[in-house]
Design a protein around this ligand. Structure first.
Ligand code: ADP
Ligand code: ZN
Length: 648
């Protein structure tokens, strides 16, 4: 099952301001002072003189004199402060600002001003305090900003403010208390990292034996599936320091900083070895140079990546440092990163299936006071397709809801509401599969699985899943051949076509309607048949004639070549592809009809468990064949050893 979604991939280039900290800082300071002065200035002006008046002299007078001036209408404007009054008058020699101390609280003054029709207002007085404050405040803001920037730079460069300092501590390590028990589900992933724990705990054992320990392990999985949690648990179990950085933070600010950070990171980790380095979002630095599409690419990223590679190669397998890196898209990583001695191991951290969700929910409800009516299984059913982080949020949201309603415990209703809220707030990236979609996906994947298990030459099923994998696939079937092979025979290619068509056919046969979920399958079937005609000499259309050379990726593989065959040949080829697909599709539908009962059983199990094994599929099919006297089409299947392929 596949779904096409565009995958925006924002480049994290530093912009102008990121690269020129000093200029940024200066501009910042000036702007802040000017803003502040403009704001405060108004009041200061009022305090010094009455706005809008050009005063030639000031003269201190008594309060009584002021009143007399007012009575005689010899002042034009009066400003009343908290402790003194200013008035503007004209004594014949130009404008005078009279000042006097306010005497007590004199309500008659206002009345008098009103009576005489003299304009008056109030002002806040400037004193040493407000004056100081007026200057101090912007400085405090500037210092705060300075410190903020300096802190970031220090973390980035390890060299204090603008590299002038001497502090070298840039990446903080912690000793996590997280244990494997905190990571629910993810059994396979835990087993795979178990030996790392052992190595970090007893490095000498391994070193003495001359064993080569993996340096880099790639944790692959969608966001929120617990990759960070698992990495922390490895450190927690081994009781070693955990250095955590995010790939994007390496190239956040200044050119050249990323490489320096990498150097410092490894220096620190070596000092504290045995230790773990965790690089989140490694794709931010490890993106394939070729995948960038643009010539030249991003220097900063490349420098950082090269430094990382150099550091990884720089320490021997006897140095007990393990680098765990997380990514959602291993396929876009630079092949250099995946070479032996670097990130040569991948651990899949999948989204949880039904049982996995129950386990994760149980871990998180442990921390809350729950009502007796809480039914975790129901919540697990409602949350198909969600990752561990989503489930943790749901439990917390439910607790918040209960708190808002002033309840003593968290009830099932709170949890249900939290699920609804979480789902409403989720982006497409982490989507829940609704019941209807789940049904479609279950039939689709069962179709692939059944065809794989009943077609000679097809690869054996090792796992069927309706847990969404990443952005694109809503479900998948893993197929593994029984031997490692480099050659495909013609009947094996046709078998692969049948298996791929099984998904769409199952939708049509069992649901009576077809969906967009087969797009990827159909693309691949078309490609396979086309290759049989054009490249492998496996059709009557072209015979042994090669219509398309195998593309060399060195000689501009992406460029379109001129067609070297006739229009008639092209037409015949198109007709052959189309007719073969129709013929195979009908045969596949007939197979599904024949095995209807088996499909229903597989779907039922898959719908409930979300992940099932190839053995479970085979068991159902065998039982069905015996029951219905169908002669099996396959010899007993052997262990699978070859490279796994996935039908989505
Ligand atoms: P990732 O690094 O894969 O994006 P995180 O490890 O940051 O995901 O997971 C975020 C949070 O989700 C964790 O701190 C934890 O609370 C919760 N979580 C995710 N997976 C699990 C799990 N398998 N068991 C328990 N909690 C989980
Ligand atoms: Zn499919």
């Amino acid at each position: 099952m596949s779904q096409n979604e565009s995958n925006p991939n924002p480049d994290k280039n530093g912009n102008f301001f990121n690269k020129n900290p000093l200029i940024t800082f200066a501009i910042f300071s000036i702007v802040i002072i000017m803003l502040f002065k403009a704001f405060i200035g108004d009041e200061n002006e009022l305090a010094g003189k009455i706005s809008g008046q050009n005063v030639t002299r000031t003269q201190e007078i008594s309060y009584a004199d002021l009143k007399r001036l007012i009575e005689n209408k010899e002042v034009e404007k009066v400003s009343i402060g908290q402790t003194y009054i200013r008035a503007i008058g004209n004594d014949g020699n130009g404008k005078v600002a009279y000042t006097t101390r306010l005497v007590g609280n004199d309500p008659t003054l206002i009345a008098l001003l009103d009576k005489q029709g003299i304009n008056y207002n109030g002002f806040s007085e400037s004193n040493w305090f407000t004056e100081m404050f007026g200057w101090l405040f912007p400085f405090l803001i500037i210092i705060a900003i300075w410190m903020f920037f300096a802190g970031r730079m220090q973390r980035n460069m390890g060299g204090g403010i603008l590299g002038m300092g001497t502090s070298k501590r840039l990446i903080n390590s912690e000793k996590p208390k997280t244990k494997f028990d905190d990571v629910a589900g993810a059994q396979e992933a835990k087993e795979e990292v178990l030996e790392i724990v052992d190595f970090l705990r007893y490095p000498d054992r391994y070193v003495e034996l001359g064993a080569k320990i993996p340096k880099g392990v790639l944790l692959v999985g969608s966001p929120g599936t617990g990759k960070t949690l698992l990495a922390k648990a490895v450190a927690g179990e081994a009781d070693v320091p955990f250095f955590s950085v995010s790939g994007s933070s390496f190239i956040e600010m200044f050119v050249g900083v990323g490489a320096a950070r990498v150097r410092d990171l490894f220096e620190q980790a070596k000092k504290d070895a045995p230790s773990i380095i965790f690089i989140d979002e490694i794709d931010a630095i490890g993106k394939s140079r070729a995948a960038g599409g643009m010539m030249g690419g991003n220097d900063e990223r490349e420098q950082t990546l090269n430094q990382l590679l150099a550091e990884m190669d720089g320490f021997g397998t006897d140095t007990p440092i393990i680098i765990l890196a997380a990514t959602n898209r291993p396929e876009i990583l630079d092949p250099a990163l995946l070479r032996p001695g670097r990130f040569d191991r991948q651990v899949l951290v999948d989204k949880p299936d039904f049982q996995g969700r129950i386990d994760i929910l149980n871990v998180h409800v442990k921390g809350i006071k729950k009502d007796l009516d809480v039914d975790i299984e129901e919540i697990a059913r409602l949350t198909a397709g969600l990752a561990g982080a989503d489930l943790a949020n749901i439990v917390n949201e439910a607790a918040l809801l209960a708190g808002r309603k002033n309840q003593k415990t968290v009830t099932q209703a709170d949890l249900r509401e939290a699920v609804e809220r979480a789902i409403a707030g989720l982006s497409k990236k982490s989507r829940r599969i609704d019941e209807k979609e789940k049904k479609i996906v279950a039939y689709h994947e069962s179709g692939h699985a059944l065809l794989a298990e009943t077609t000679k030459g097809a690869k054996k099923v090792s796992k069927v899943s309706i847990v969404p994998r990443g952005l694109a696939a809503l479900g998948y079937t893993l197929n593994t051949p029984e031997e490692n092979k480099y050659l495909m025979q013609r009947h094996e290619l046709w078998a692969e076509v049948d298996v791929l068509l099984g998904g769409r056919a199952a939708e049509e046969v069992f649901i009576g309607e077809i969906s967009t979920g087969a797009a990827n399958d159909l693309e691949r079937t078309t490609d396979i048949i086309k290759a049989m005609v054009q490249m492998y000499g496996m059709s009557d259309v072209a015979g042994l004639m090669v219509l398309e050379k195998q593309r060399s990726s060195f000689l501009g593989g992406g460029m379109t070549q001129s067609r070297e065959y006739s229009d008639k040949m092209a037409e015949e080829m198109d007709a052959f592809i189309k007719n073969s697909l129709t013929e195979r599709y009908n045969a596949v539908k007939a197979r599904l009809e024949e095995y209807r009962g088996a499909i229903e059983k597989i779907v039922e199990l898959l719908y409930e468990k979300e992940n099932i094994t190839g053995d479970q599929v085979r068991e159902i099919i065998e039982a069905f064949e015996i029951e219905n006297g169908i002669e099996t089409k396959l010899e007993p299947r052997k262990e699978h050893v070859g490279e796994t392929t996935i039908s989505e």
